[in-house]
Write a protein that binds this ligand. Structure first.
Ligand code: C2E
Ligand code: MG
Ligand code: MG
Length: 563
């Protein structure tokens, strides 16, 4: 009897025969279409059978050796070689009997007969290349289900759960050895996906997975955790981590796209095997986070300070909502002085977090954390509104009102509603816009200059003045000032501190002020702590100052007494 199908359906029909053989033990369906002179090769490769009767027995034997089986994937292709029509099928299945994940390559060769096709050859072979990948896996196989749940479908690496349990086993099995956990992340993977397409992104993931699989270390596990996050666990041998990192960086760089693919790494030397592997992975991640965006060192090693920092950040995030709701945040003002007259010409609004016990948390501690989790916007809006309330009160009291500058976090600039919110606030409190000045930190400009310029121009056209904060702290050059339109330049205090006035630092500062003047930009120096500094700033033509020498940031009540 022949297999009565059209040639186009031969592939599907073959897959069906394979499925029925391994999952149901139906040998007859194949036996029926075996050619009289068929030849069969067994997976072990040492054994072959000839003739339909022998081949049927061989197939039966294969089934009995492996059953029950569960096929998780079959992928086939059809080809003709030297006049021989064949279907080659890659089969991924688990054998419960052998407690193993099997990768089989089955080639089914056909002969065309008047009413269809007959099988004249069957070759089953273990896919050794790929089998190696699963070696660690198969050795520890527990059950069929466990198995299929153990690896990541996209890359064929272990998944998180499997990695955690296997790494824990490995560490217990080798109590005398020490281990490293290495986390790997692709820098700006999202951009790669967006610019080159998801297909390229997937390809890159597989490219890296391919390298991880090829690592031939005695004790080594690798996995994909999620997205572009990979992890490895290997025996801590002197120089091994560095070697791996170095090689991986080269491998990533050689990926086909016209983009400099950079990997970042975080390493945790397992110094305490009793903690869960999950925690070890987190520790490696803390180190990785330090490496992100850091182009000088794409690789950091975990230490306990990182954990303290993380705990602190966690605490800030946990306590934030309640603090905002229950008045934990307060507006402070730091006066700014005119260097000519030494009179107050304005102030900067600075947030203070006051805890229930009266202690302060400094903004430099919590603002970066809130920027990370997106909550900074809530604090900023609160401070802007408090500032507007003050301005309104002073106007109503008939005071000679001076502008107050508020800080606009870099995160706020990405909010499409930003302009509306600020315009809305000034409208609500009926405040002339020039009284609410906006400080944007220099480093925001270097992050994404075009976007920032778009936003600042919109704000300026509404009537707000823009200050560039912390100038000199980042990487922007003096030349940048020509291209962007800002109204006031704030010179960074750190810069001032490292200035020995007479030397190079003083010259640079003076060049900055001159450049700003020639562009009609006013300058204010912040962090002025001594009379000498103030005198020097005055001598080079700086307009205003802000700093402890004149006043600390103070409460609104104290500030009102001053003016
Ligand atoms: P900044 O905007 O550059 O603010 C100036 C910082 O310098 C303030 O620190 C101020 O207290 C401090 N300072 C002023 N004079 C001196 C001085 O003479 N010597 C020294 N050593 N420091 C001086 P603060 O209040 O701790 O704020 C730190 C940073 O946190 C601010 O830097 C700003 O970037 C951010 N920040 C503060 N309030 C807010 C806010 O409401 N929203 C946002 N997004 N960021 C804020
Ligand atoms: Mg500021
Ligand atoms: Mg500043």
């Amino acid at each position: 009897m022949a297999l009565r199908v059209e040639i186009d359906n031969l592939q599907k029909a073959t897959e069906k025969l394979i499925k029925r053989l391994f999952t149901e033990g139906v040998v007859d369906a194949i036996a029926d279409v075996l050619d009289e002179n068929v030849i069969g090769f067994s997976p072990s490769g040492h054994y072959y059978s000839r003739g339909s009767w022998e081949v049927k027995r061989f197939l039966q034997g294969e089934y009995e050796r492996l059953a029950p089986c569960n096929i998780s994937k079959i992928r086939s292709r059809q080809f003709v070689r030297e006049g021989q029509l064949s279907i080659e099928s890659h089969v991924i299945m688990t054998s419960l009997q052998q407690r193993k994940l099997l990768l089989l390559n089955i080639t089914t060769m056909y002969r065309m007969v008047p009413d269809g096709f007959m099988i004249n050859g069957v070759n089953m072979a273990l896919d050794y290349d790929r089998e190696r990948t699963y070696k660690v896996l198969t050795e520890r196989a527990v059950s069929d289900l466990d198995f299929l749940a153990s690896y990541d479908g996209a890359t064929g690496l272990l998944n998180r759960e499997a990695f955690c349990s296997r790494a824990a086993d490995m560490m217990t099995d080798y109590p005398d050895k020490s281990f490293d956990i290495l986390r790997i992340n692709i820098e700006r993977f999202k951009v790669i996906n967006e610019v080159f397409g998801e297909q390229q992104g997937d390809k890159l993931l597989n490219y890296i997975a391919g390298f991880l699989k090829s690592i031939d270390l005695e004790l080594c596990l690798s996995a994909r955790l999620y997205a572009d996050n990979f992890v490895m666990c290997f025996e801590a041998v002197e120089g091994e981590a560095e070697r791996l990192i170095y090689t991986m960086q080269i491998v990533a760089n050689s990926f086909e796209i016209s983009h400099h693919t950079v990997l970042t790494f975080g390493l945790y030397h397992v110094d305490d095997k009793s903690i869960p592997v999950k925690t070890m992975i987190e520790r490696a991640n803390m180190a990785l986070n330090q490496a992100k965006g850091n182009h000088v060192t794409p690789y950091f090693v975990y230490d306990n300070k990182m954990r303290d920092q993380m705990l602190l950040e966690q605490q800030i995030v946990n306590e934030f909502d309640a603090a905002l709701e229950h008045g934990g945040f307060k507006l402070f003002l730091q006066p700014k002085y005119d260097l000519e007259t030494e009179q107050i010409m304005g102030s900067e609004a600075l947030v203070r977090w006051i805890k229930a016990d009266g202690s302060y948390v400094l903004p430099s501690l919590f603002i970066p954390v809130l920027e990370k989790n997106g909550s900074v916007y809530a604090v900023d809006r609160f401070i802007w509104e408090e500032t507007c309330k003050c301005l309104r009160r002073w106007i109503d009291a008939g005071k000679n009102v001076k502008p107050v500058s508020v800080n606009v976090s870099r995160i706020d600039l990405y909010d499409p509603e930003l302009v509306n919110v600020l315009v809305g606030l000034t409208a609500k409190y009926k405040i002339p816009k020039y009284l609410l000045e906006l400080e944007i930190t220099e480093s925001a400009y270097t992050d994404d200059p075009r976007m920032i310029m778009g936003v600042t121009e919109k704000l300026q056209s509404e009537g707000f003045l823009i200050l560039m904060d912390d100038f000199g702290s980042g990487y922007s050059s003096l030349n940048m000032l020509k291209d962007i339109h800002i109204d006031i330049l704030k010179l960074d205090m750190e810069f001032l501190r490292s200035t020995d006035q007479t030397g190079r630092g003083g010259n640079i500062l003076s060049a900055m002020v001159q450049m700003a003047r020639s562009l009609n930009i006013h300058t204010i120096a912040e962090g002025v702590e001594t009379r000498d500094q103030a005198n020097f700033l005055k001598s080079i033509g700086c307009n205003w100052v802000q700093g402890y020498f004149f006043s600390q940031p103070i409460t609104v009540e104290e500030f009102e007494k001053l003016i």
